[in-house]
Design a protein around this ligand. Structure first.
Ligand code: NAP
Length: 474
């Protein structure tokens, strides 16, 4: 395995030495070996990057220029997708077949969704005697997590460019290599200096400086609810716009009369996608009491097909947890759930291999909806199965966590499922297996966040409105 060395940061169109010293080790979670380094940036690097982004920001940028920039980045990124997929497997352990599809093809679809949204977008409209202008927000601080490293960056940087904003990007320390490759694609695309900048380093230094910087207009954060709260606090103190894409504990509600076999099969696949390290994963499966035994048998049979192992093996469906700290966190959740009385159906807290952060897909039955496992996001391969008595009980359980990011409803017909879905407090729901739509707004209710990403709604986040009141007849 080659090592990936990135000694410099991309600021103002050049790769420059960081102001701070030291490097961050990037660790392959399958082997625990160091596979690369990125700079341990400092607040001074953020200041330089924000200065460059401010200098590059032109509030009067034409729509044609934005469209050109967007397409140049999409084309350059598309060429690098095979390399980026391999970096994602190396740095966060996504199985190669997930890296080559969901981890890279979904971001490409999302990127193209922004190009579609830009075409025909009404940047100006008349309301009575007013001309309402939608103008770029300005300098964006983008802070991203490690679980889908390319997707998270695409969901922020591309709409920012489409809106005419400039960006300072802070990737996760656990998966920065693929993001540096994305920035290299932006460089290759020939964006003007300062339009995109990257500063790696500790979240508490780089992220907090971005969130509190007086010359950042908008901070767009994706990550945990705890850190999101801190980012929101800092953004609030400096009166800047903030978007927060946070955690989830989404419910897969299988109503009586639904196609149980399909709902279970799709539900298990969703819960364990990317080793359960998916914010929108359906980590609670709600099953009618009278089909409970049958459902558990089907779940166990479905989970048996989820092979854990070497992420470079095309047959592998679950790779390692992305980092030692994540591995330890997930093991802690499993141990406490067992102690608190949930019934272990399969899996457990024991590592699957001597080296690397491998855990078996784990299913708990009889999970108390009020217990830690019923309430808190695990972010690993752990599914909680919860029986319910009737539809009202299912709704109470589905809505009974602090989160509201995603979910699913399965019923005998779409009307019944949609009627139930209208009462669920969450940002998106799949109805009877309806497919993912990269143009539909994505974001959370309750503590799952503020704001929306993707498509037209995602583009609008990066715009602010100005009203010009016109005289009669104008
Ligand atoms: P995290 O620990 O909150 O970190 C997210 C980003 O914030 C990283 O770049 C991190 O940098 C940075 N950060 C850490 N402390 C900070 C601080 N005090 N101020 C500013 N930035 C700071 O989350 P994660 O573990 O990377 O990702 C997993 C979480 O993300 C899960 O909760 C998941 O649900 C959530 N998520 C949500 C969505 C969504 O769209 N709703 C999507 C994906 C993931 P370091 O790398 O230096 O720590």
């Amino acid at each position: 395995m080659p090592t990936y060395e990135h000694p410099t940061l991309f600021i103002d169109g050049r790769w420059v030495n960081p102001a701070g010293s030291g490097v961050i080790d990037v660790i392959d979670p399958a082997t625990e070996k160091v596979i690369g380094h990125v700079p341990n940036g400092s607040a001074a690097d953020v200041d330089a990057a924000v200065h460059a982004a401010r200098g590059a920001f032109d509030p009067l940028i034409s729509v044609d220029e934005r469209r050109d920039r967007l397409h140049l980045v999409i084309d350059a990124m598309e060429k690098r997708l095979p390399d980026i997929a391999h970096l994602i497997t190396a740095e966060m352990g996504a199985p190669v077949r997930i890296a080559e599809t969901v981890q890279t093809q979904v971001p490409l679809a999302v990127a193209k969704g922004f190009a579609d949204a830009l075409d025909g977008f009404a940047f100006e409209e008349r309301i009575g005697n007013s001309l309402v202008l939608r103008e770029p927000y300005g300098v964006v601080g983008a802070i991203t997590p490690w679980n889908y490293p390319l997707y998270q960056v695409v969901a922020k940087v591309l709409p920012a460019i489409a809106a005419g904003c400039t960006v300072v990007l802070k990737p996760s320390n656990d998966a920065p290599l693929s993001v540096f490759a994305f920035v290299e694609a932006c460089e290759e695309a020939g964006l003007p200096p300062g339009v995109i900048n990257i500063v790696s380093g500790p979240g508490q230094v780089i992220g907090e400086r971005l969130a509190s910087h007086p010359d950042v207009d908008f901070v767009s954060f994706t990550g945990s609810t705890g850190v999101g709260s801190r980012v929101g606090e800092l953004a609030g103190q400096s009166i800047k716009k903030v978007a927060l894409e946070l955690g989830g504990k989404s419910a897969n509600v299988i109503l009586d009369g639904a196609d149980l076999a399909t709902a279970v099969k799709v539900g298990v696949g969703n819960a364990f996608l990317n080793g359960g390290q998916t914010c929108m994963a359906w980590t609670r499966m709600l099953v009618p009491q009278r089909h409970y035994g049958e459902a558990l048998d089907q779940i166990e049979a479905a989970v048996a097909r989820y092979t854990v192992g070497d992420p470079w093996d095309p047959a592998t469906r679950i790779g390692p947890s992305a980092s030692r700290s994540q591995f330890n966190t997930v093991r802690g959740f499993i141990e406490r759930a067992a102690r608190e009385g949930a019934r272990l159906v399969t899996g457990g807290a024991e590592p699957v291999r001597d080296r690397g952060f491998f855990l078996a897909p784990t299913v708990f039955a009889d999970v108390d909806p009020e217990s830690e496992l019923g309430q808190e996001e695990v972010f690993g391969p752990v599914l909680a199965v919860i029986p319910y008595t009737d539809a009202d009980d299912a709704l109470r359980i589905a809505n009974g966590t602090p989160y509201g990011l995603s979910g699913a409803v399965w019923a005998a017909d779409d009307e019944t499922a949609i009627a139930f879905a209208r009462r669920v407090q969450t940002g998106q729901l799949d109805i009877n297996g309806g497919p993912y739509n990269p143009a539909a707004p994505f974001g959370g209710y309750k503590k799952s966040g503020i704001g929306r990403e993707l498509g037209r709604f995602g583009l609008e986040e990066f715009l602010q409105t100005k009203s010009l009141q016109l005289r009669a007849g104008a």
